[in-house]
Ligand binder design. Structure first.
Ligand code: NI
Length: 255
């Protein structure tokens, strides 16, 4: 059995056929899915969606693009939502230093607030990080006391050097469709060197479908495609990938 640890099943692109998508995922051995929020409203939707589907779980949080909405009311709203037993993580939260994003200082402030929130709720975190690995590692090191419940770097495509720092901090590394792209040799080399007992599988659907479906709508039923590619990179069987990554999910998220 596989787990898709990061999906966006409440996305518009699934509105007409989400039931078939979940059914097909189960037929492909993807028995559990964590659907992720990225602001308050999508977090509410993720929780509602998980309540309707036995094998779907939710992560809730406000990610870099939407941090201007973050205030005490939103934080209290997230705390309320987290009482729901389908909520298994705080995320996606993080830093993204691209031109179209809010200023770094504001991003850092809201990220650290959500690290505290996760700690107070005893939940692991799901980190989104783009072009901000230096600050990210520094902030995590500075706030190590808030990392008791662990977490994962979702859709990680940074260097092996940074991956080593991430592993040292006790985090997992989530591998998705990018690891199957022909032009992502650096990601494949990095993944080859990190231990399997620290790797999680994810799609980040509807985005980033793996080869040979690149450019199409991604969905949880493509997890086996990502796992087969990972098995080749690691030179182990797909069964071993399924077994170890599912055990990793159990250890981190308790599902
Ligand atoms: Ni995502």
């Amino acid at each position: 059995m596989f787990v898709d640890t990061h999906a966006h099943l409440t996305d518009e692109q699934f509105k007409d056929d989400w039931q078939q998508v979940i059914k097909r995922a189960r037929e492909c051995n993807v028995d559990k899915i964590i659907t992720s929020g990225f602001d308050y409203n999508s977090s509410v939707e993720a929780v509602n969606f998980s309540n309707k589907n036995e094998n779907v779980f939710a992560s809730i949080g406000v990610y870099p693009e939407n941090i201007y909405e973050y205030n005490d009311d939103i934080e209290n709203g997230l705390k309320e939502l987290a009482k729901n037993k389908k909520v298994v993580a705080i995320g996606e939260i993080g830093l993204q230093y691209t031109d179209d994003m809010p200023p770094k200082e504001k991003q850092i402030e809201v990220f650290v607030k959500q690290l505290s929130l996760a700690y107070s709720l005893k939940k692991p975190i799901i980190i989104h990080c783009r072009d901000a690995y230096g600050d990210m590692i520094e902030i995590l090191k500075k706030n190590k006391n808030l990392l008791t419940y662990g977490g994962t770097f979702h859709c990680y495509s940074g260097s092996y050097e940074i991956a080593k720092e991430i592993l040292k901090l006790g985090f997992y590394i989530s591998v998705g469709g990018v690891s199957t792209f022909k032009n992502a040799k650096n990601v494949q080399e990095m993944v080859a060197k990190i231990p399997l007992n620290r790797i999680l599988l994810e799609t980040d659907c509807p985005y980033l479908a793996p080869t040979p479906y690149r450019g199409k709508r991604n969905a949880p039923f493509y997890i086996p495609t990502i796992a087969e590619n990972l098995a080749k990179i690691k030179n182990v069987s797909v069964e071993e990938i399924a077994e170890v990554t599912t055990e990793n999910v159990r250890r981190l998220f308790g599902i």
